[in-house]
Design a binder for this molecule. Structure first.
Ligand code: ADP
Length: 245
């Protein structure tokens, strides 16, 4: 017998998701459309428009296109994770991976005047995991940490103990209120805080992250205090024959 109730709820969930995505896409598309049609009007004027008006209109459109690109990127990560594409586990040397991530985000942190630190404790060995999923998960935490921190530092941490390695990304940023901590993993959820509203984002990153974590057979832990910073962590088992390295 097929479990029709379950099937229906999955379909319903998909329908609801498509409807929310279309809604979320509509606003930026409307803004880009409006900006472009304004530019057309300005271009056809006899007197050339002020440079400021042009740059503001162009940068509004640009911002929204970047938002759309991020949204498409998040959706494709989500769909890859759900369909199990590129999820073949491979041996990954933890220290090497985290050094590469640290190097990759150094400039983004520097541009915001933040320190990006790497804190690796002891022998970390190797883990068996999909490289793509593990990298995307860490990237989501690191980009958020940089985005939601205005001063101080972001630290990529790894500790191994009892056959497990714990990965953490810690920041000294704006933090997440207790009531928001339950909500930030929901799709399209963004905190009401004005400091969040000032930054661009889709509200999909952490939702995608929970899916990626599930695929990696782990769960995400969040510790945060409003105005003090946040730490996102998860653990993976260390390859058993590798503990000595
Ligand atoms: P986005 O960053 O695109 O808004 P996410 O799903 O990655 O979407 O995050 C959801 C929300 O969680 C953010 O809008 C923000 O309110 C909160 N958040 C995530 N990471 C952090 C962080 N490191 N510090 C403070 N708030 C965070």
């Amino acid at each position: 017998m097929r479990d029709i109730t379950k099937q229906k709820s999955l379909e319903e969930e998909r329908d609801e998701f498509i409807s929310v995505v279309s809604h979320e896409l509509r606003t930026p598309i409307t803004i880009v459309e409006g900006s472009l049609s304004n530019l057309e009007v300005l271009a056809n004027r006899k007197t050339p428009p002020a440079k400021d008006t042009l740059t503001t209109t162009i940068s509004t459109a640009h911002e929204q296109v970047l938002y759309l690109a991020k949204m498409v990127n998040d959706l494709s990560t989500l769909s890859r994770a759900e369909r199990g594409i590129a999820d073949a586990p491979e041996e990954i040397a933890v220290s090497e991976l985290l050094h590469a991530m640290h190097h990759q985000y150094q400039r983004d942190a520097e541009q915001k005047g933040l320190a990006l630190d790497l804190d690796l404790g002891g022998k970390l060995g190797k883990v068996m995991a999909s490289r793509l999923y593990l990298e995307e998960l860490l990237q989501n935490f690191i980009t958020n940490a940089i985005k939601y921190t205005t001063q101080g530092s972001v630290t990529i941490i790894a500790r191994s103990s009892a056959g497990k390695v714990m990965f953490s990304v810690k920041d000294t940023g704006i933090g997440i209120s207790r009531s928001d901590q339950n909500k930030v993993f929901n799709k399209f959820y963004r905190s009401e805080d004005y400091r969040i509203r000032e930054t661009g984002g889709t509200g999909l990153g952490l939702y995608v992250s929970t899916k990626l974590a599930r695929k990696l057979h782990t769960t995400i832990e969040l510790k945060s205090r409003l105005n003090h910073g946040s730490t996102f962590s998860f653990t993976l088992p260390v390859e058993p024959n590798d503990l000595s390295k």
